[in-house]
Design a protein around this ligand. Structure first.
Ligand code: PLP
Length: 403
């Protein structure tokens, strides 16, 4: 019997779905695997390739999970979330983000990645185009491709020089469906200003587009004006899926908790995807998430002090080794230019630093063509790692020229 009969044989196997053919698998994971191999071989590696908060999850959040378990909060919750948590989310987004969210708009999701995946699944058809500023957070490209859509990249630096509206207009076609927005930005640590957000929102509105707004780093802004949510502008809540996560703000990367705000017109598909992908976030995790949202502001003030100190120490360490870098106002990352001595190919530079200085970074190219010539360092690491890594880079820079 041949495959053509449609019945297959004992020795033939169906292939994976074709939609995966063009989808990559995170290069950051590949860097991590190389680092793990070096560690297993007994090497000391200064690790800057990650993207996790430096401190453990706050104790009251852990205790809330324990209390939920003791109360036997262990059964299915409503698939869009525990009512108490959805209510706390509503109060937070209305008061802090200024978003005119209606009562049924929050849906609890399994972290930011799940919220983003579900949002793209809700909106994209094959052949659609997605506007994205570049550099961008790398998984988004794969999620867009997975849905049979394509990304139209808008180089951020150039758009800022020449005008955001003109740059977006030049990348827009009749197939453009939505704009993916991320501020504060991973990988650059940049923040778009309020007038910039306003200009982009006006473009989205005037062109009848949707927006997926990724606000993973809303709370990790160290200087300048605070976070601005696109859905807070007039007419934007109705055309925006806003995606939030507890991962970064509350050091909860492993808990997998986040939430999205979805306007009424897209709510049924979004709830359907959440139902059929996870059937709701783990119930005890949701009670812990509720406690996180109730933490006093002092928690964040202290956490941010630690981030700022680490950021400044790593900026100084990199500058001392010949890296060109402006101090970014937000997020967890530095995105310096690769020094001339390492060439302009970011993959090769990252490889050399890992092999020769045992310093692990992510090549900038992973974040789009506009990231080439840069490396991403996370400053959200132990202060010892910053001191040790900076020392390794200084020694490397001072060593005789490599052939
Ligand atoms: N969005 C951005 C820009 C991120 O950097 C991340 C995580 O690194 C996420 C979303 C998703 O975070 P999580 O899935 O851990 O909630």
């Amino acid at each position: 019997m041949t495959r053509d009969s449609g019945l297959g044989t004992r020795d033939s196997f169906p292939r994976a779905a074709r939609r995966f053919e063009a989808v990559g698998f995170s290069e950051i994971v590949k860097v991590r695997n190389r680092v793990l191999k070096l560690l297993a071989e007994g090497h000391r590696v200064w690790r800057f390739e990650g993207g996790e908060p430096y401190m453990p999850t706050p104790q009251p959040i852990k205790e809330a999970m324990a209390a939920a378990l003791a109360r036997n909060e262990t059964r299915y919750a409503p698939s869009s979330g525990v009512p108490e948590l959805r209510q706390a989310i509503l109060e937070k987004v209305r008061a802090k983000n200024g978003i005119p969210a209606d009562d049924d708009s929050p849906i609890v999701v399994n972290g930011g990645m799940h919220g983003l995946f579900s949002a793209f699944a809700t909106l994209l058809d094959r052949g659609d185009e997605v506007l994205m500023f570049s550099p961008y957070w790398t998984p988004i490209m794969d999620v867009v491709t997975y849905h049979g859509a394509s990304a139209a990249l808008v180089a951020t630096a150039r758009a800022r020089r020449e005008g955001l509206t003109a740059a977006l207009a030049a990348a827009t076609t009749p197939r453009t469906k939505l704009l993916y927005w991320n501020s504060p930005v991973n990988p650059t640590g940049d923040v778009f200003s309020r007038p910039e957000v306003e200009e982009v929102c006006a473009f989205v509105r005037e062109n009848g587009l949707a927006m997926i707004s990724d606000e993973a780093y809303e709370d990790l802004i160290y200087e300048g004006e605070g976070h601005v949510s696109p859905a807070s502008f007039p007419g934007m809540f109705e055309r925006t899926i806003s995606v939030f996560t507890l991962s970064k703000t509350y050091s909860m990367t492993g808990w997998r908790a986040g939430y999205v705000l979805v306007p009424k017109r897209w709510r049924v598909p979004m709830k359907t995807i959440v139902l059929y992908s996870i059937n709701g976030v783990s119930t005890p995790t949701q009670w812990a998430a509720l406690e996180a949202l109730r933490l006093p502001d002092t928690f964040l003030t202290e956490a941010k002090e630690g981030y700022r100190r680490r950021r400044d120490a790593l900026v100084a360490g990199l500058r001392a080794s010949g890296f060109e870098i402006d101090t970014p106002p937000a997020a967890l990352y530095l995105f310096p230019k690769v020094p001339d001595s390492l060439g302009s190919d970011s993959r090769s530079a990252a490889r050399i630093l890992l092999d020769s200085a045992r310093v692990a970074t992510v090549p900038g190219l992973v974040f789009g063509p506009e990231g080439e010539g840069h490396l991403r360092f996370s400053f959200s690491v132990a202060e010892d790692t910053i001191a040790g890594g900076a020392g390794a880079l200084r020694n490397f820079a001072a060593a005789p020229a490599r052939s």
